[in-house]
Ligand binder design. Structure first.
Ligand SMILES: *Cc1c(COP(=O)(O)O)cnc(C)c1O
Length: 221
């Protein structure tokens, strides 16, 4: 019996490893985050049972409905928050998630720092950069990366890298390259970039965390 989700996962993972090889990267350097937003626990279970542990969700509310039970059933799950976070949900997010990819403004840095102190959970964070300078997108302005990093670190946050979502319908390569350059300039080792349609390009340009949803779980309804 084959499971289509497992089959697609294996295909994506094989492409990830092949891209690493092509571009002279160690396969272990690039983590595959399975983005399970909108998909029910039945679709997530086969991956957990097969041993995969890194998952991404973009809404706190939805994740709270799905993940506490799954985390109880499977140890060492690493849940990544990849969708915009309201400051008033910081406590709930810190209690459930393990990595935050969407830190982008001072008020949120303050709310996260407070929530982490209160819960004694220190979550690694990525600073999200509005790499295409789009009005509708989250992320800090490129010109503000340095000041946001200093501010977040001053609050005691552990900033491990940069994250971006390049403009849709454009060649993502120059945006990935720019994020890579920014990370290098600031001495950051981690780069969260690349989705179903462009993760191989992201790997070529230094991604350490690719966030892949529909190529694994199928089209979202
Ligand atoms: C939904 C989402 C993804 C995954 O997108 P796919 O195209 O389904 O792979 C990655 N990153 C973020 C921030 C997302 O919201």
């Amino acid at each position: 019996m084959t499971n289509p989700i497992l089959d697609r996962f294996e295909a994506v993972d094989a492409s990830r490893r092949a891209a690493c090889k092509r571009h002279g990267r160690a396969a272990d350097d690039v983590q595959l985050i399975a983005v399970s937003k909108t998909y029910p626990p039945e679709d997530i279970l086969p991956l957990l049972e097969q041993g995969h542990r890194a998952f991404g969700e973009n809404r706190v509310q939805e994740a709270m409905a799905k993940w506490p039970a799954l985390k109880q059933q499977f140890t060492n799950v690493q849940l990544h928050l990849i969708g915009s976070l309201q400051s008033n949900k910081a406590e709930e997010a810190v209690a459930l998630f393990d990595v935050i990819h969407v830190l982008d403004r001072m008020s949120l840095a303050e709310a996260l720092a407070k929530a982490m102190r209160k819960s004694s959970r220190q979550l690694p964070c990525y600073l999200q950069v509005n790499i295409g300078d789009e009005a509708q997108k989250g992320g800090c302005a490129i010109a503000d990366v340095q000041i946001r990093l200093a501010h977040a670190r001053g609050l005691g946050l552990d900033i491990i890298g940069l994250m971006c979502l390049p403009p849709a319908q454009k060649n993502p390569a120059p945006f990935f390259a720019l994020l890579q350059k920014l990370a290098a300039r600031h001495g950051l080792k981690k780069l969260s970039m690349g989705m179903s349609d462009d993760f191989e390009t992201a790997i070529q340009l230094g991604a350490t965390d690719i966030r892949v949803g529909s190529a694994i779980f199928g089209p979202r309804g």
